[in-house]
Write a protein that binds this ligand. Structure first.
Ligand code: GAL
Length: 670
């Protein structure tokens, strides 16, 4: 459990560096990330490197006892490089070239950029790869930020054709897989295929989905090149990348597979403001962030990181980039930091050491104000450093593992597929995955977030938000793992090629579930449909329940036919018009709609209870997490929360009374 900070020595007079480093160390910081945007200072003109300033900065930090996270500077190609190779610039869906003057102005498929990146990465890695102060690396910065994953340049289209050739082998196979006979879209060769933009109406959905898959693979290929360069020149130093919060434009599992540390950048208030949350929720959690948002990301990145994941950038105060930028309530910077550790983080690194008085982010807080005084976030970081010492003294295993009994399957292609073919305008996959996660967290459950191909053995409950394309062995793995399973609507609804399965949804899961989705409908936002429990669900023990379905309905046929074994299929809830809303067979449950939050939590609580899990409703604003033999309690609300039934002596942080924005941790086994 370490603290870090993001630092830009190139933004400040050299006369400040030593004092900065000394104060970082005194605050309790142990690692400092530098140089991710410093290309124009490393190589001011083509081939003319200036390492002097960076050598001195690394030495100053190292001499102060700080570890350096060195970055490759490829998120910001300098002007001279763009002028020499204008083909580096990406092309938007409107066909227009995106210009120089901010950042991330590059195309993952540009051969000149690939080559220039290889060259600057090699230069930095050769120079600092074995420096004793350089302990870690970061590739680039936030792949995909500012909608930069997909580009429609000639270079991208050329590589897309090669990608298609590798995937399909022959053009006939592609024509069949896509179904191009529809509207006379058949191709005679891969070279005839363009980018799926600029069409009169909707471009072919399989074409669009493949373009997204291709663009995602380009990110992985580009990152892999950088990792290989770094490993060649800096053996033994872990390589990280800083991913973004709930970002879904490329397959993060594939990129993380090449890294040692998956890290992410946590801006809970900016995210709340910019993402799908309803205006009431934006107001409700204005200064705290949504209680499940940072956790969701911690669990995503923990799952894909070989070493403990990190928060590479932690919001320290107001940011500048959301529509509105409120200040966090006092205590939140500390709460967010502890929440990361409670979910398994190895490091929380604040963005940034000092607020910059110039350029795009001059309104973004740092740990210090521009006049170099410790800001509120800096004070809270100081407190976290003291907390860490206290917790580790009291409980040496505090930095142990998180062990969850619940897995939630999270899939990137699902997002792209539903975007390509929403069928209902607000069918937003990340939101639905988050709602299932939030229901689990509101019941006090720890959750592992895993890819669809992950081993599932050992879990008691597996929750699958809408997963249109299921792996071939998914039904088998679900059956064999012994867990209770919750499948969201639209699961198994498409083949890999984006066609309707020949046996209708849920395709290869039909054998498991004994049900067939014969029709679907989407619902506009101001319409919902009633859902009520059926007698099967409300037998002797359970209470009747009711709620509503939103956005979507799968109409399910549970009747017999020659090809399906429907024995043991139970309808546990129905829609107002009698169609099944919740179907169960054995341990496998299928939900035919997206239920309101209370109903989702109710249904999941019932299934979790049947799986043998201990569920305890936490209310709206309290969350618990367990790691390394400690239970952490976080209070996002306005009132003091009292923890019942725990001996006062068991607390290693805080006490039974957890104040608003407060944190407590107690020994679970005490
Ligand atoms: C991140 C980015 C940083 C900085 C920060 C501001 O997305 O990686 O460079 O821009 O946001 O909040």
């Amino acid at each position: 459990m370490r603290l870090g900070v993001c630092y830009y020595p190139e933004h400040w007079p050299e006369s400040m560096w030593e004092d900065d480093a000394r104060r970082m160390k005194a605050l309790g910081i142990s690692q400092v990330r530098i140089a991710e945007f410093a290309w124009s200072r490393m190589e001011p003109s083509p081939g003319e490197y200036d390492w002097g300033w960076l050598d001195r900065a690394v030495d100053v930090l190292g001499n102060a006892g700080l570890q350096v996270v060195m970055c490759t500077p490829t998120a910001t190609p300098p002007k001279w490089l763009i002028d020499r190779h204008p083909d580096i610039l990406p092309v938007g869906a409107d066909g227009r070239v995106r210009g120089f003057g901010s950042r991330r102005h590059y195309d993952f498929s540009s051969p000149s950029y690939y080559e220039a990146s290889q060259r600057i990465c090699t230069a930095v890695a050769e120079r600092y790869g074995k420096h004793p102060a350089v302990a870690y690396w970061q590739t680039d910065n936030e792949f995909g930020c500012h909608q930069t994953v997909v580009s429609y340049s000639p270079a991208a289209v050329a590589r897309f054709r090669e990608w298609l050739r590798a995937r399909y082998g022959t053009i006939d196979a592609l024509n069949r897989a896509w179904g191009t006979v529809f509207w006379s879209m058949e191709y005679r060769s891969f070279d005839e295929i363009d980018a799926p933009i600029g069409t009169v109406t909707e471009a072919h959905p399989s074409h669009r989905l493949d373009y997204r898959r291709f663009a995602s693979d380009e990110v992985a290929r580009y990152n892999r090149m950088q990792v290989e360069v770094i490993r060649a020149h800096s053996p033994g130093r872990p390589v990280a990348h800083n991913f973004m919060q709930l970002f879904t434009e490329f397959d993060h599992y594939k990129v993380a597979a090449d890294l040692d540390v998956a890290t992410w950048d946590s801006y809970p208030l900016g995210a709340l403001e910019e993402l799908w949350f309803a205006p009431e929720l934006k107001a409700r959690w204005l200064r705290t962030g949504h209680p499940d948002f940072a956790s969701f990301n911690h669990d995503v990145y923990r799952g894909m990181s070989k070493l403990p994941f990190w928060v590479m950038e932690q919001q320290p105060g107001p940011v500048n980039w959301a529509q509105w930028n409120p200040a966090p309530l006092p205590g939140m910077v500390r709460l967010w930091s502890w929440e990361a550790f409670a979910h398994g983080a190895g490091c929380v690194s604040y963005f940034r050491w000092r607020q910059a008085p110039f350029a795009q982010e001059q309104m973004h807080a740092g740990l210090n104000t521009p006049d170099n005084r410790l800001d509120l976030g800096g004070n809270e970081a100081t407190q976290v450093a003291a907390d860490i010492r206290r917790v580790l003294d009291a409980h040496a295993d505090a930095a142990g593992d998180v062990r969850a009994a619940v897995a939630l399957v999270f899939d990137y292609e699902a997002k792209w597929l539903f975007e390509v073919q929403p069928q209902g305008a607000d069918f937003h996959y990340p939101r639905f995955a988050f709602e299932y996660y939030s229901a689990l967290r509101s019941l006090g459950l720890d959750v592992d977030i895993v890819p669809a191909h992950a081993p599932l053995d050992g879990y008691k409950l597996v929750v699958v938000p809408p997963l249109p394309v299921v792996p071939d062995d998914f039904a088998d793995r679900l059956a064999r793992c012994g867990a209770h399973v919750v499948l969201g609507p639209r699961t198994g609804s498409k083949t890999r090629d984006l066609q309707i399965p020949s046996n209708l949804p849920p395709g290869s899961l039909a054998g498991l579930l004994g049900a067939r989705v014969w029709r679907v409908e989407s619902l506009r936002p101001n319409v919902d449909v009633p859902v009520v429990s059926s007698h099967v669900a409300t037998g002797a023990a359970a209470q009747p329940f009711a709620g509503v379905g939103r956005h979507w309905r799968d109409l399910i046929d549970t009747g017999t036919d020659a090809e399906r074994d429907v024995s043991g299929v139970e309808v546990r809830a129905t829609f107002g018009d009698g169609h099944p809303a919740w179907v169960r067979r054995g341990r496998v449950n299928y939900l035919a709609s997206l239920f309101d939050d209370a109903l989702t939590a109710h249904v999941i609580a019932q299934i979790a209870g049947e799986s043998g899990l201990d569920v305890t409703a936490q209310g709206e604003s309290v969350r618990v997490s367990r790691r390394g033999g400690l239970t952490y309690v976080f209070n996002y609300g306005e009132a003091t929360h009292t923890i019942d039934g725990v001996d006062a002596a068991a607390f290693v942080l805080g006490s039974r009374d957890v104040e608003p924005q407060g944190v407590a941790a107690y020994r679970t086994s005490a």
